[in-house]
Design a protein around this ligand. Structure first.
Ligand SMILES: [Mg+2]
Length: 221
């Protein structure tokens, strides 16, 4: 029986990964550099401590840049692109279904709390039993910390909880926490190895939450 449903945020609820990449790629272009897509795909889902695009750009150019000005420009562009996005298909339906079934709802993200809660509020998706972000834990995904923290907060055992993820580090984090996991690759994570997930869907709209939860509980049962 699935009693808790925990969503990743970036790439899963909102496909922010494309805007985040594009905003950085444009900064690189301004300096005559190319931010390789393949490099970025290996960074996704790991949190900001893993790769610092600005430090990498400085190393390539061999000089120190005006970090604050660049970050401000990058953030403005990122926000402009993210605000054009709509919630990924099936997310609202899965939430509503889970709520009506009395399943507890959580978010587990390697991004900052301000980023996650700001966008959720703007999208009218601000009702959650628990949200855990990188601010709340020592290690971001693929470490299980953020999932373990959300499970503790929800009062759920990992075996009764289902994570929904779009990236390889995200799936690794959920599985390391002992949870069930459904993977839905996003545009930027289509090349990720998601085979550790219990189920891979092209979109959450493909199946209902009730159906997937019953199937997964059956597998583990
Ligand atoms: Mg993600």
């Amino acid at each position: 029986m699935i009693r808790a449903l925990v969503f990743d945020f970036d790439g899963l609820i909102l496909d922010t990964e494309v805007p985040v990449y594009r905003a950085w790629a444009e900064i690189y272009e301004d300096f005559g550099q190319r931010l390789e897509l393949e490099l970025w795909q290996g960074v996704i889902g790991r949190g900001p401590g893993y790769f610092d695009p600005l430090a990498a750009l400085e190393r390539r150019l061999g000089c120190v840049l005006d970090r604050e000005a660049i970050q401000a420009r990058r953030r403005r562009r990122e926000l402009e692109l993210v605000e054009r996005l709509t919630v990924q298909p099936g997310v609202r339906e899965w939430r509503a279904e889970a709520m009506s079934m009395g399943v507890r709802l959580g978010v587990a993200s390697s991004s900052s709390r301000a980023w996650v809660t700001g966008h959720l509020r703007r999208l009218g998706l601000d009702e959650w039993d628990c949200i855990r972000c990188r601010d709340d834990v020592a290690r971001t995904k693929p470490a299980p910390d953020v999932y373990l923290s959300v499970l503790e907060c929800l009062g759920s055992s990992p075996g009764q909880a289902l994570a929904v993820e779009d990236s390889e580090p995200g799936v690794a984090a959920a599985k390391a926490a002992g949870m069930h996991c459904v993977a839905v690759p996003s545009a930027m994570t289509a090349g990720h190895d998601l085979r550790r997930a219990d189920l891979v869907l092209r979109s959450l709209a493909e199946r209902s939450f009730a159906e997937v939860a019953a199937e997964i509980a059956g597998i583990s049962g």
